[in-house]
Design a protein around this ligand. Structure first.
Ligand SMILES: [Zn+2]
Length: 256
């Protein structure tokens, strides 16, 4: 059975505030993460490759990893794209499509520093160089909190905006804030997406629900050791004491 791990990043830039530290991965850190994965033989594939393998029952090699970035921050072009090019990484960026060329209003309204989002020109350039784009609604809204009609519009319009700008089909979606329920999931299927990423931690395998894919959140503060701990155990806990707790619990279970 194929197992694969999806990593999630957001901002790729030095954090501008304490609150941002978790979401802002400095470029040098992303470089170290990607270099480590490449040097250690990780099979880094795109979400399209993952979908192709799962639907055609093709076994994925061990150590298969998918890299995703949420929201579509402008720094992804300046800081992350060069890293992905250097290491030949087919990352996927989920776009809050209506905010492209604008700012991160949904965060700024909650006290986060203001940041600019990608422009469609930058998105097209990255697309031409092998970066994949998925949808993340139009306005970065909390899907379970809006009406069924609004929900469908957010999903269909974000897909269409990206398709119109890139001239290719968009198959992948990521739930803003990781928020979804049965109605949101059903609407995502109805909007003709083929997969949807959640923010639930853990590994995925070939029998995983393609509309609630698990992802590991890589914090801006995560060292290479922390990254590897997350990938090894399938958890978001990057605390150095985690492995000890993990093996102690396993030992206790065995002794029970
Ligand atoms: Zn988001």
């Amino acid at each position: 059975m194929s197992k694969f791990t999806i990593l999630m990043y957001h901002i790729v830039s030095a954090p501008k505030s304490l609150q941002e530290k978790r979401y802002a991965c400095p470029p040098e850190r992303l470089y170290k993460h990607m270099k480590h994965l490449r040097k250690n033989g990780y099979n880094i594939i795109s979400l399209d490759d993952m979908l192709h393998s799962i639907t055609n029952k093709i076994n994925l090699p061990e150590k298969t990893v998918v890299i995703t970035l949420d929201d579509g921050f402008g720094d992804n072009f300046e800081n992350a794209f060069p890293v992905f090019q250097e290491f030949g990484i087919p990352a996927t960026i989920f776009l809050a499509s209506g905010l492209m060329g604008k700012t991160n209003v949904w965060m700024h309204n909650n006290g986060f520093p203001q940041r600019t989002m990608l422009t469609w020109e930058q998105i097209r350039e990255m697309h031409d160089q092998g970066i994949l784009f998925g949808a993340h609604t139009v306005t970065h809204t909390k899907l379970p909190e809006i009406s069924p009609t609004e929900m469908l519009t957010e999903l269909v319009d974000s897909k269409k905006q990206i398709e119109d700008n890139l001239g290719v089909g968009v198959q992948h979606f990521a739930y803003p804030y990781g928020l979804f329920d049965d109605a949101v999931r059903a609407t995502t299927v109805k909007a003709e997406f083929k997969t949807a990423c959640s923010t639930r931690s853990g590994f995925n395998n070939s029998s995983a629900d393609l509309f609630s894919l698990r992802r590991l959140e890589i914090y801006g503060t995560d060292s290479v050791r922390a990254l590897m701990q997350k990938i090894t155990f399938g958890v978001n806990d990057s605390n150095i004491s985690f492995p000890v707790k993990y093996y102690m619990n396993r030992l206790k279970e065995r002794l029970r």
